[in-house]
Design a protein around this ligand. Structure first.
Ligand SMILES: Cc1cc2nc3c(=O)[nH]c(=O)nc-3n(C[C@H](O)[C@H](O)[C@H](O)COP(=O)(O)OP(=O)(O)OC[C@H]3O[C@@H](n4cnc5c(N)ncnc54)[C@H](O)[C@@H]3O)c2cc1C
Length: 416
């Protein structure tokens, strides 16, 4: 099934009876060449690029719940490539470029909307740090504009520029950043992978790994044993639990991150605004809701719901930077489990178990990484060599002390 203006017209005059499910519902086969654990954005993107770029199609994606039930359907949809360090910036810019062609590639409306992101700054020192980050972005081929207070005021007049504690002095703007429809991205990748012959198996939890002489021979699941010689794990917030089944202890903690959506309002927010000093960021959805969030809950948890102190913290951040948000009513809120790595940067690497590959540690930032993460993970699984853009994301960097000391990533557990 492809989407086109003609198809839409035909379906609308024939009662929309011709639409088919976007992917099949197969049961697991006894053997696959590759099994991907986790049907979130990263697992599905990996399956898509394995088939499209590397010609592998005897693949299963096993998902313990339903597609979109994890963080891919829970995030606040921001995509950007405004990082600083060489290990990160080219990777996220690679991802931005994949986003820019994604809807055409998948023939799926993922609602990629490049309305820009502004990171506010409040001191001269912060401005200098943002100038440095903007220059690093330009060097990697990304776009960046440093806005002074007057230019920013013309763009976003309603901010509280004269806040006593955090007066706004300007912002770092990335015009090509923006938002995408989070669960739509999962559906688009799922449909493309399914069409290439990948089996997407929902309600199928991996409960163990079988090994023989240190090599993977298959996965135990709630729907039976599946034989395979290559397993790619992309389970985000469940990373520590799943990898523990293979005897591996990861430098990752799981924390809850909450998201909030207000009632629908007329178009107000031009793109994404982040207030890092006060832990608040906001954008506006196409339906008009203000979509906002802040910091992680400060304790480890696998519950997909958050706690009230962070609600208060986010509300205070919102009131400090745009007091008119106090007039909007909150429509809903939810939480997702974040796989917080100890340096705030991800891991895409082989593991000491032969045939077992790991993708995780995405912290706040895995949604924007979805296309590049899937591409790089597919490259690693297919060729057994890291993709150039993801070569810094080694698992052994924590043991060797070569952590990626990035400041553009958002919250990190080691800073709490
Ligand atoms: C509130 C919130 C806001 C966020 N905002 C942003 C943002 O604006 N921009 C951004 O870039 N990032 C954001 N993120 C982070 C981003 O959503 C994640 O980093 C990213 O989605 C993680 O990758 P994923 O999509 O593959 O994860 P998931 O969708 O969580 O996929 C992992 C899947 O693995 C499955 N699984 C777990 N254990 C097993 C098992 N044993 N067997 C089989 N399957 C299993 C889970 O059910 C799940 O479906 C946000 C996250 C949250 C929670």
């Amino acid at each position: 099934m492809t989407f086109s203006a003609m198809r839409l017209l035909r379906e609308s005059v024939t009662g929309h009876r011709g639409w088919k499910p976007l992917w099949r519902r197969p049961g697991p086969k006894p053997r696959y060449d590759i099994v991907i654990v986790g049907g979130g954005g990263h697992g599905l993107a990996t399956a898509h690029y394995l088939s499209r770029v590397f010609g592998k199609t005897n693949i299963a994606v096993v998902e313990k719940g339903w597609l979109g039930s994890g963080n891919v359907g829970r995030n606040t949809t921001i995509i950007r490539s405004n990082y600083l360090l060489p290990g990160n910036q080219p990777f996220y810019e690679f991802s931005m470029r994949l986003w820019e062609g994604l809807e055409q590639e998948l023939n799926f409306n993922a609602m990629v909307s490049q309305r820009g992101i502004v990171n506010l700054f409040h001191t001269d020192a912060q401005r200098d740090a943002y100038r440095r980050r903007g220059n690093a972005m330009l060097l990697s081929g990304a776009d960046a504009v440093l806005l002074d207070k007057e230019k920013l005021r013309r763009m976003i007049p309603f901010l509280n520029y004269d806040n006593a504690r955090f007066p706004i002095k300007g912002g770092l703007w990335q015009p090509r950043a923006g938002t995408a429809r989070h669960d739509g991205v999962a559906w688009g990748y799922a449909r493309a992978a399914d069409r290439a012959g990948v089996d997407i198996i929902e309600n199928c939890e991996v409960t163990g790994f079988r090994r023989d002489a240190g090599k993977i021979t298959g996965v135990e699941t709630t729907r039976g044993f599946i034989e395979t010689s290559k397993v790619g794990v992309a389970v985000a917030g469940s990373s520590s639990r799943v990898m523990a089944m293979a005897g591996l202890r990861l430098p990752i903690e799981s924390h809850v991150l909450q998201a909030f959506v207000s009632e629908g309002l007329k178009p107000t927010i031009p793109g994404v605004i982040t207030f890092g000093a006060g832990h608040f960021y906001v954008s506006q959805s196409d339906k008009g809701g203000l979509v906002f969030g802040g910091d992680i809950d400060g304790y480890n948890s696998y519950a997909q719901r958050g706690n009230l102190p962070v609600v208060e913290d986010v509300a205070e951040g919102g009131m400090a930077v745009m007091p008119m948000i106090g007039r909007a009513r909150l429509l809903r809120m939810w939480g997702g489990i974040m796989d917080m790595s100890m340096d705030g940067s991800p891991i895409i690497d082989r593991t000491p178990v032969e045939g077992l590959y790991f993708n995780g540690g995405w912290c706040y930032g895995g949604f924007k990484a979805t296309p590049a993460s899937g591409y790089a993970f597919a490259h690693l699984i297919a060729t057994d060599t890291p993709h150039a853009a993801a070569s810094a994301y080694r698992l052994d960097r924590f043991a060797g002390g070569h952590v990626i000391d990035e400041k553009g990533v958002g919250a990190q557990p080691n800073l709490h």
